[in-house]
Structures are given as C-alpha cells and as structure tokens.
Design a protein around this ligand. Structure first.
Ligand SMILES: Cc1cc2nc3c(=O)[nH]c(=O)nc-3n(C[C@H](O)[C@H](O)[C@H](O)COP(=O)(O)OP(=O)(O)OC[C@H]3O[C@@H](n4cnc5c(N)ncnc54)[C@H](O)[C@@H]3O)c2cc1C
Ligand code: FES
Length: 368
C-alpha cells in the first residue's frame, strides 16, 4: 500500500550522481536570460555558493547535457536556482529560455565545481570580482554568501554587459548595495550604452581595471581574493591584468564557461603529438563496480567508456566542469585540459576523463 504521507525523494533513476528537480518559478531577468528556481528536494540540496548543476535533457530525441551555475546562496535563498543566458544558435540555452514552465521536472547532476569560497565571521577580506554577461551567475551566489557570513569583508565587483537592459540582476545588485552600505561597490561597464549612461563604457581594458582596483575601496583588508568569470576575452584580459599587478596566483579563482574551438583544437594537436598511438586497456571503478575497456588513440577515456555503455558522468566534455572527475589510482594519463580542477585536486591525483588519454597500460580510475 502507498504511504500518502511519505515525502517524495528527489533521487533520479540514473544513480547517485543525479537528482530530479521541479521548477518552481521562471523569472525573466533580461530579454535573453531566465532564472529557473527549483523546489527544495528532500533532503535539501547541498551546495557551495558558486557551484553549478548539470542539466540532463532530451531534446529532439537526443540526450544533451550542459552546466549552469547556481545563482543562489544556500545561506540566504530558500530555493536553489540557475540563470541561463541565450547563446546565439545554442540548443540548450534557448530551450531553457523558451520551453520551461513551473511544474516541469528536470534531471540534473548533483552540484559540482571549485569556483567557490569558505567563510568565517572574523575574516576582513576583500573580494574583487570581475565578470561579464552570464558570468555574474556564480558571482551572485558567492557575493550574497560573503555579505551574510563575513560582516567585516567587502566586495568590489566590476560587471560588463552590453546595454542597460542586458544587465542581469541589476535590481538585486542595487538592493544589495543599499542593504549593505559601504560593503559592496558595483561598477557596471557597458559596451553599447544608451545616451543617458554615465558609468564606464566601451571595452573593458587593463587601465580601467587597475584604476577601479586602486581606487581604495578596502585598503585595510587582511587578504584579497579575486574571482573572475565571463566570456573568454574578458577572462584573458582580467587574468593578464592581475598577473601584471603581481597578484598571487593562489588568490585568483576562475571559472570558464566555454573554450573557443580554435584553442581547443590547438591543444588537442599538442596532445596528439605526444601521446603514443597504442590502444590501451583502462579500468574504471564507478559507484563501486569495476569496468575494463579499451581506449583507442583517437578517443578520450570518457568517449571510450560511453561507447561501450559505461554510464560515466559528464557534461561539458571540454575539461571545464569536472563532472567527469575521477581519481587516478595507478598508471599515467595525458590530460589536455584541466581548467576545472584546482591545484590541490591535481596534486591529489584527480583527472578529467573527458580530456584524458591513457599513456601507460595500468591505468585505474575511481569515480566517486
Ligand atoms: C562550469 C560551467 C558553468 C556554466 N554556467 C553557466 C551559467 O550560469 N549561465 C549560462 O548561461 N551558461 C553557463 N554555462 C555555459 C552553458 O553550459 C552552455 O555552454 C551554454 O548555455 C551554451 O549551450 P547551448 O546548448 O545553448 O549552445 P551549443 O548548442 O552548445 O552551442 C551553440 C554555439 O555557441 C557556441 N557556444 C557554446 N557555449 C557558448 C558560450 N558559453 N559562450 C559563447 N559561445 C558559446 C558553440 O561553439 C556553438 O557554436 C556554464 C558552463 C560551464 C562549463
Ligand atoms: S565533462 Fe566537463 S570536465 Fe569533463
């Protein structure tokens, strides 16, 4: 007999890495961006500010996966949410903008990602955040968490958008600045502003970044943490500027949403040249079960596993999202993209199966 009072578990039939989330509200943020807020599953969704969900959808009869950062803070917001900006010609971003209504259940991979922060109420830190477009999504979750958890810390945010109507979370950012006076400074930079815009305009450049960061918002900070997330050009500029300012690499946190295919191809070519041309066997332990399969020279470990029906977790397939992360127990691999992994994870032996190829015959990987 059914127990009518038993709460519905949010587990997906796919296994431990997945969850089903019900859309509670769809909020139109700008003409080409929506936020999807989800009902809390049972148990509540555990995540760190700045982490992302990977949505798993079936569109036109084909399974597709994409990562979307949580824009919410587990310390502040009752419901978890993601914010999705349309990409021109993009399959999933347009589907989520056009087709999703409250009540729809979406399958997701549990939260992942290192673009996050730890908090302590005694910290007097300065959080410098540089972002553009949809890159504001994880920044929003982190900023709200800092403001509520670290009363002595401050935030300087430089946010680039095309025009006034394209600024995502404009109202929410204004509200935060008013609610936490003297603790958050938001500088908008618009590339195509209207005639009445009086703020920064045109392309963001090193001079503007340096001038904003030297304007003395929080000179007495014990430590400054830098968070950079946005289009590739903006990330390249920001990281080069921070390097020129001799900022310590360990204080810079970055998240890439997308790598231009040209740079991916170039890196793949470098890897191809250095990887042996042998087909090798690898062992993958997934949720406690061992699977052994062959990886031919033109395949990554993820591709080869999926080809033989091993249900390995994945999303971006570009080395950015860490959904395919595993720990290398024995053997050696060549990883052509490790942007999603932290230095600690790499030192501990974690690899990304989507961008790794075996280069020894005893490769054994555990995927937790
Ligand atoms: C860790 C992580 C977190 C992310 N968080 C967010 C988020 O919070 N909000 C959000 O809107 N997006 C986010 N993304 C990007 C998102 O996962 C998708 O890449 C994006 O929505 C495009 O998917 P699509 O299916 O619409 O486009 P596709 O159909 O995959 O691609 C269509 C075309 O657009 C190009 N393209 C794909 N993605 C991008 C991009 N991001 N920028 C520019 N060109 C692109 C492709 O080369 C292709 O030509 C995140 C990505 C990662 C890896
Ligand atoms: S699938 Fe995203 S890093 Fe491998």
């Amino acid at each position: 007999m059914f127990n009518l009072f038993k709460k519905k578990k949010a587990e997906s039939t796919r296994g431990d890495h997945y969850l089903s989330l019900k859309v509670r509200e769809v909020i139109k943020e700008t003409p080409d961006t929506v936020t999807l807020l989800f009902d809390q599953p049972d148990p509540y969704l555990e995540y760190k500010p700045g982490q992302f969900l990977t949505v798993v959808l079936e569109i036109n009869g084909k399974e597709v996966r994409r990562s979307y950062s949580l824009c919410t803070s587990p310390f502040v917001d009752p419901y978890p949410g993601i914010t999705v900006k349309r990409v021109k010609g993009g399959l999933v971003s347009n589907y989520l903008n056009d087709q999703i209504r409250p009540g729809k259940t979406i399958e997701v991979m549990k939260p992942l990602g290192n673009f996050t922060s730890e908090y302590h109420s005694k910290n007097q830190n300065h959080f410098v955040m540089i972002t553009g477009g949809s890159g504001i999504t994880p920044i929003m979750g982190i900023a709200k968490s800092v403001l509520v958890n670290e009363p002595l810390s401050k935030i300087s945010l430089i946010y680039c958008s095309r025009s006034e109507e394209q600024i995502i979370f404009k109202k929410e950012l204004d509200t935060l600045q008013n609610k936490y006076p003297g603790r958050m400074k938001v500088v908008h930079n618009l590339s195509q502003p209207g005639a009445s815009w009086t703020g920064l305009k045109g392309r963001l450049d090193a001079e503007k970044i340096i001038s904003e960061l030297k304007s003395g918002f929080f000179p007495e900070a014990e430590k400054t943490n830098y968070y950079v997330c946005g289009p590739q050009g903006l990330m390249d500029l920001s990281l080069a500027t921070l390097e020129a300012m001799e900022v310590n690499n360990a204080d810079i946190h970055k998240e890439s949403f997308f790598i231009e295919p040209a740079s991916k191809t170039k890196e793949n070519l470098i890897v191809e040249g250095s990887v042996s041309k042998l087909t090798r066997e690898v062992e993958v332990i997934l949720e406690g079960k061992s699977r052994i399969f062959e990886v031919s020279p033109e395949k990554t470990i993820l591709d080869a596993g999926l080809d033989v029906g091993v249900d390995m977790p994945y999303s971006c397939q570009s080395g950015l999202c860490t959904a395919c992360r595993g720990k290398l127990i024995t053997g050696q691999v060549k990883m052509n993209e490790d942007a999603g992994l932290s230095e600690n994870e790499i030192a501990e032996g974690y690899i990304l199966c989507c961008s790794s190829k075996p280069i020894s015959s005893d490769v054994k990987i555990v995927i937790e």
